[in-house]
Ligand binder design. Structure first.
Ligand code: VG1
Ligand code: CO
Length: 543
């Protein structure tokens, strides 16, 4: 056993996006590609010598190989101890929970989240800091900058570690503890929610269905819902984690979670349905023939938080990403709590949570979470909903209908144009940026532009500034269209168009979403010339 210093040359494309570095598996399999990035992480961290880090991933193809490489590199770089999930598994929220519980220095999470997996799918890697959350831009930029000048990496020459037994092993001086990936997370959930009440609900007539989409939450969901909460065996569907997610796209939305959608919108539908994504940080909530938008879900959780033990003393505030609808803002205003609007990506919530300025956070992209960890958390959101349903005895639809009655309804939809050509997509954004100064005051049908800008965020805690976070066009009636390019896609570009309008009139709350948003959908085309730049008449995914 010895430390090898291997010479290497930089790759120019190791810039982390919205959530870590995501590339096709074949890109990661190039000689030195993973090694360069991992060494860049270690090079950019000060004082990681002798410290403990957490390591695990969503179990997708290449997870095991990557874990072995990273363990050997951690040992060669003087890390004191690595806590690694059994089988190399840790859902993203579980990784965050473990970093916090063990007060680790940080963690390396292997996941490309909702992107497809398998040999021809995607792989990803990101670094999380001591608070358990994704590294802020200052750190991801430092990693990227190291990756551009790297000349060598260090790796321990030794046999692979047995990841499948709970044990404590060594690589040179470094300890490797193989831990149960589920137990610490499940325990944390038990401290936040009324398990006894939820158990009563699940053992009554209430029927539910949880779709793990053959991704990481299968193991977690079976333990929590079936074993600990006594839900019927089989409640968790697609519950066996597979390296290629069974060929599916582990993105919990109405398009990709079609198995679950068919059940919840079919005859004799259950009362409640939920799905999670590849790495377990996203959630989709469905009722019997009813879809809850993630933006509404955040608002409902905020409004009902005090019904749940972990939040019974109230919230300090709520934070949402800029493209997320303003439904939560209305609740915050009524409750008299803080409300923040941040750029897309969970890393922007970390400071607000650490400073206790916000308790709940959410994104329109099926992400909700709280200060219990520093990542969004899919199963946490499901438990939160179950706890509310158990306490109120209402159906999902009743909860939403009542909510809209109190606060009005924010109609909301996101239209994605996936895998379009990159250059024209960037030109579309540049053009919008260029015309945004002239838009205010302009009329489109009955709509008048109130403001138009490229969203810029100044972190209220550390003052850091993030520019160019998406074009917002707001209208005088409170409606809004937002344009952004995805920072997680790996093929071409993905244009996201976010549409929102507000309706206070209860008699109009049952209108179908796309119908309610039709004027905005047409204006988005008129203003951004989507067809001209993307050659697409329709979005590929509507959520
Ligand atoms: C997308 C979502 C964003 C989310 C990010 C990571 O980013 O829009 O809200 O935080 O994915 O989620 P983008 O840049 O493609 O729009 V996950 O579950 O993929 O870690
Ligand atoms: Co995810």
């Amino acid at each position: 056993m010895s430390i090898n210093t291997v010479s290497t040359t930089p790759f120019s494309d190791q810039k982390p996006g919205t959530s870590g570095l995501r590339k096709a598996v074949t890109v990661f399999q190039q000689p030195n590609y993973l090694e360069n990035f991992v060494q860049s992480i270690f090079n950019s961290l000060e004082d990681c010598q002798g410290k403990t880090i957490v390591l695990g991933g969503d179990g997708r193809y290449y997870n095991r190989q990557a874990i072995q490489i990273i363990l050997k590199m951690a040992a060669a770089n003087g890390i004191g101890k690595v806590l690694v999930g059994k089988g190399g598994i840790l859902s993203t929220p579980a990784a965050s929970a473990v970093i916090r519980q063990y007060q680790a220095f940080g963690g390396i999470v292997l996941s490309a989240s909702h992107n497809p997996g398998g040999k021809d799918g995607d792989f990803g890697i990101k670094y999380n800091i001591t608070n358990g959350g994704p590294a802020p831009e200052k750190i991801t930029e430092a990693i990227f900058s190291c990756s551009k000048t790297i000349t060598n990496y260090k790796i321990f020459e030794t046999n692979d570690i047995d990841l499948d037994k709970l044990s404590i092993l060594r690589i040179g001086e470094m300890a490797v503890e193989v831990i149960d990936p589920v137990e610490p997370y499940a325990k944390l959930m038990e401290t936040l929610f009324d398990f006894a009440k939820i158990r009563q609900l699940l053992q009554g007539n209430f029927k539910m269905c949880v779709d793990s989409m053959h991704a990481v939450t299968g193991t977690y969901a079976k333990e929590i819902f079936e074993n600990r909460l006594g839900a019927q065996p089989g409640t968790v569907m697609n519950g066996v984690p597979l390296e290629d997610f069974g060929g599916g796209h582990p993105d919990p939305n109405l398009v990709y979670a079609h198995d679950l959608v068919d059940i919840l919108f079919g005859d004799n539908a259950p009362d409640f349905g939920a799905a999670s994504d590849g790495d377990g940080d996203r959630n989709m909530i469905l009722g019997n023939n009813f879809f809850v938008t993630p933006s509404d879900s955040l608002a409902v959780l905020t409004a009902n938080a005090t019904l749940v033990p972990g939040y019974k003393s109230g919230l300090t505030g709520v934070a949402r990403s800029m493209p997320t609808s303003a439904a939560a803002d209305r609740v915050a205003a009524k409750l008299g709590i803080n409300c923040y609007e941040t750029p897309t990506g969970w890393k922007f919530f970390g400071n607000l949570l650490d400073a206790d300025k916000a308790t709940l956070c959410g994104e329109e992209s099926f992400g909700t979470g709280s200060n219990h960890i520093r990542e969004k958390d899919g199963l946490w959101a499901v438990l939160f909903w179950l706890n509310i349903l158990a306490v109120t005895g209402k159906s999902v639809e009743e909860i939403l209908t009542d909510h809209w009655q109190t606060y009005g309804r924010n109609f909301y939809s996101r239209h994605d144009y996936e895998e379009v050509a990159k250059e024209p997509a960037m030109e579309l954004m540049d053009r919008l940026r260029g015309i945004s100064k002239e838009l205010p005051g302009q009329k489109f049908g009955s709509y008048t532009v109130d403001y138009a800008d490229d969203f810029s965020y100044t972190d209220p805690i550390d003052g850091s500034v993030s520019n160019k976070q998406g074009i917002r066009i707001g209208f005088t009636d409170g409606s809004r269209i937002v344009f952004r390019l995805s920072g997680t896609g790996t093929k071409g570009a993905t244009l996201r168009v976010y549409l929102e309008s507000y309706e206070s009139d209860v008699s109009k709350h049952k209108v179908e979403t796309q119908t309610a948003l039709k004027p905005l959908i047409e204006m988005a085309e008129e203003i951004a010339k989507i067809y001209q730049y993307t050659q697409r008449k329709e979005p590929t995914v509507i959520t």
